[in-house]
Each structure stands twice: as structure tokens, then as C-alpha cells.
Design a protein around this ligand. Structure first.
Ligand SMILES: Cc1cc2nc3c(=O)[nH]c(=O)nc-3n(C[C@H](O)[C@H](O)[C@H](O)COP(=O)(O)O)c2cc1C
Length: 388
């Protein structure tokens, strides 16, 4: 038997604070620290608590070359090696780990791979988490508890040394940007016309041109993308779009067509909508969501193991979202983005393998309701004029 370490593994000395029970029995309420080794592998959702002997063993085995198992067992003991095999941090040549192969062959940067895997959410409800982690998340108690935030601007020279700039003239673009306000009040009674959905998909997510550049197929889109590769694609949860059956879809960006993945009944679609955005009821009324999903290997094919590749892919999601916000605003719609998404649940629903197709954000758009129930940030009163 020959074995090797999994491709991407970080070992963290994880510190947890807990009540010191011995002190409590002695009549004193005191917290104490506990530090344990935690192994975070890019092909596993769980993190593995490791003994000193297991950490040592992992530090003595290659993740690339196969090592003779017998020598390794002799040195580190059968129990250590068995446990590392059982929890997937080691693999054998005759039964390689399929999940590890995806990371290995996907040309991930190891730190990015572990960060991507372990910063995903599974079945989180932000309403409960916010209460549990930080208490009331409205601003006055937060200010009281956390003190003031850093100032909005950090001056680097004295005010007298600042060079004033001419004010920009008011333009249509300027007025459009003023009306771009994250929407938290969608009209549940007003479906989205198919033509509007199609316009946003074509203009924001569609390929404007395809080009072979020295044999490499590149796309031209509304937004920039590292290497012209455009790895971030639109996947849809459709609930109330005229002329389109509720369900999950993938947008084909060069054919400008929807690929049906799964039909949904209204109840199932409503449940997914709420859980995809981790319980944020104010987004869950949007008639359509667009999940921004990165097909990592499209970028990593070129930027192999590159320290900047993961960041470049995430930047694409920001560009796409802003273009979508702007076009939705121009069409008289409200739009949103959230990173507080339950990636795990979205992956399950869409049948995605997270190290191949990674959910980066949930966005959505639709008609605004006539009344603001959930707060929107509109200090310019461009969307919600002050009552007369
Ligand atoms: C990456 C990202 C994540 C966001 N996540 C949330 C969120 O989870 N919930 C929410 O209500 N708004 C979310 N927002 C919207 C911001 O709260 C909003 O952009 C901000 O308050 C400024 O308001 P504006 O977009 O109307 O200018 C997010 C925005 C961004 C860019």
C-alpha cells in the first residue's frame, strides 16, 4: 500500500473559550482557553481535530509523491495512519479520494481552496445567527456595544493641502446611479415580464461576442474578466416570471437561452428562496434570483495555482452585480446582492460540486412594492421621496 497526503490542507491551532468548570466548583466564574489542532482540507466540509502525533505524521508525508505505507505505519503507528485515512487527510494509491482529485486537478491555489471550502454556509439562518453572535443587529445597540466605527474617510494630509476638484456635471448616468438603491421591498403581486428578464440576462450575463485568440476561445461581455475567460455564470431560481415555469435554470451565455434544471412547485420554490438567502425575508419576495456561480477551472486553466486567481474570479461577481443593478434600475426595477447565502443548500439544489462550481453570491431583481416596510438606504430620496 502506498499513500500520500491530500492536496490542500491547512492545520490551525484553533482556540476556543469555555467556562472553567473546576473554577466554577471553587466558587469562581472564569473562562479558560482550549487550543486544539484542526485540519482543514479543501475536499471536506468538516474540520478534523488532530492529535500531536497526527499533525507530526501529516508533516512527514508528501502530498505529491506516493510513500511506502509500511514504513510510514512503522514510524507513526497504525492507529494514527488509520484515522488519517478514515478522515480523508491521507489517501491510498489503490483507492484515491475523488473529492481530493477535483481539487488537485482543478489547479487551485491551496490556501484559496481551503478558504473557499470552509467559508461556505450550510443551512444558516441569519435571523438566528445575528442574534446568537452579535445580539441585536440594529445600529443603536451595535454602536453602544462596539463603539464607533472607523471614520468614513481617513485623511492623509492636512485639509489645507487638499487639491479641490471640479464638480462633475449632472448626467443621465449620474441620475441612474442615484436611483441604484438595494431593494428590500419587492412587490409579491407583480410578476416580472419575461422580456425584462431576457434583457438583463443578455446585456449583463450574455456573451456579446466570442473570439478565438491564438486558439483560445474567449468571450466579450459587458464587464471585464481576468484573461477574458468569464468563469462566472448565471443560475436562476425563477418564481414569478410571466411565461416561464417556476424552477431552477442555467443561463447559456453564448446561445442566450435558459437550460431547465428542475421544475419547482410554488411551495418548494418559496422555501428555497428563503433558505438560499439564509432567512432574509426582505429578499425572498424577489420574483427571480440570479446566483453568481464560478466555474473555477475556466480561470484556473490559465492561472494555475496562482495566488491572485481566486480573487480575480470573485471580482467578476462584483462587476456583474453592479451591471445588473444599473440595468435593473434603468428598467424601473429594484435589485439586490447578498453574500449571506447558504452555498451548501444552493449547491444541493443545483447539483453543483463546490470546488468545480462555486456559489459566490445571490442576486435578484423585480418590481418594488409601493411601500417601504424593510429599510432601504436612500439618503438622496431618489427612490423613496419624503412624504409631502
Ligand atoms: C457583497 C455584498 C453583500 C451584501 N449582503 C447583504 C445582506 O446580506 N443583506 C442585506 O440586506 N444587504 C446586503 N448587501 C447590500 C448592502 O447592505 C447595501 O449595498 C448597502 O447597505 C448600501 O446600500 P445601497 O446598495 O442601497 O447603496 C450586500 C452588499 C454587498 C455588496
Amino acid at each position: 500500500m502506498r499513500l500520500r497526503r491530500c492536496h490542500a490542507l491547512l492545520i490551525e491551532p484553533r482556540e476556543t473559550r469555555e467556562l472553567d468548570i473546576a473554577a466554577v466548583f471553587a466558587g469562581e466564574a472564569r473562562m479558560r482557553s482550549r487550543i486544539e489542532w484542526r485540519g482543514l482540507a479543501a475536499h471536506r466540509d468538516d474540520c478534523v481535530t488532530l492529535s500531536d502525533a497526527e499533525v507530526l505524521a501529516l508533516g512527514e508525508v508528501s502530498s505529491t509523491d506516493w510513500t511506502e505505507g509500511e514504513d510510514f505505519v512503522r514510524k507513526h503507528g497504525e492507529a494514527v495512519v488509520r484515522r488519517l485515512l478514515d478522515n480523508g487527510l491521507l489517501e491510498t494509491e489503490d483507492a484515491p479520494d475523488a473529492g481530493d482529485a477535483i481539487v488537485r486537478e482543478g489547479h487551485w491555489h491551496r490556501i484559496a481552496a481551503v478558504a473557499h471550502r470552509h467559508l461556505r454556509w450550510q443551512d444558516t439562518d441569519t435571523q438566528k445567527t445575528t442574534e446568537a453572535l452579535a445580539g441585536d443587529s440594529s445600529l443603536p445597540p451595535m454602536l453602544e456595544r462596539l463603539g464607533p466605527p472607523p471614520p468614513p474617510v481617513a485623511p492623509r494630509v492636512d485639509a489645507a493641502r487638499r487639491q479641490p476638484l471640479p464638480a462633475s456635471p449632472e448626467t443621465g448616468f449620474d441620475r441612474l446611479l442615484s436611483r441604484r438603491v438595494t431593494c428590500r421591498n419587492f412587490d409579491p403581486a407583480r410578476p416580472l415580464p419575461l422580456a425584462m428578464l431576457a434583457t438583463i440576462l443578455q446585456q449583463v450575463h450574455g456573451a456579446r461576442a466570442t473570439a478565438e485568440v491564438t486558439g483560445v476561445p474567449l468571450l466579450k461581455k459587458a464587464v471585464p474578466s481576468a484573461g477574458g475567460l468569464h468563469p462566472v455564470e448565471a443560475w436562476l431560481l425563477v418564481r414569478r416570471v410571466d411565461g416561464l415555469a417556476p424552477g431552477l435554470y442555467h443561463y447559456h451565455s453564448t446561445d442566450h437561452a435558459l437550460e431547465p434544471m428542475r421544475a419547482l412547485d410554488a411551495e418548494e420554490a418559496d422555501g428555497l428562496a428563503l433558505r438560499f438567502v439564509a432567512g432574509q425575508t426582505w429578499f425572498a419576495q424577489a420574483p427571480v434570483y440570479v446566483m453568481l456561480v464560478a466555474r473555477f477551472q475556466r480561470n484556473f486553466w490559465k492561472y494555475r495555482g496562482h495566488a491572485k486567481a481566486y480573487r480575480a474570479v470573485i471580482l467578476d461577481a462584483g462587476h456583474l452585480s453592479q451591471a445588473q443593478y444599473q440595468l435593473a434600475t434603468e428598467l424601473g426595477l429594484g435589485a439586490f446582492i447578498t453574500a449571506a447565502a447558504n452555498e451548501g443548500e444552493i449547491e444541493r439544489a443545483l447539483g453543483l460540486e463546490p470546488m468545480r462550481d462555486g456559489v459566490l453570491a445571490v442576486t435578484g431583481f423585480g418590481y418594488r412594492a409601493g411601500e417601504m416596510v424593510d429599510l432601504e438606504f436612500d439618503p438622496l430620496k431618489a427612490v423613496w421621496p419624503a412624504p409631502a
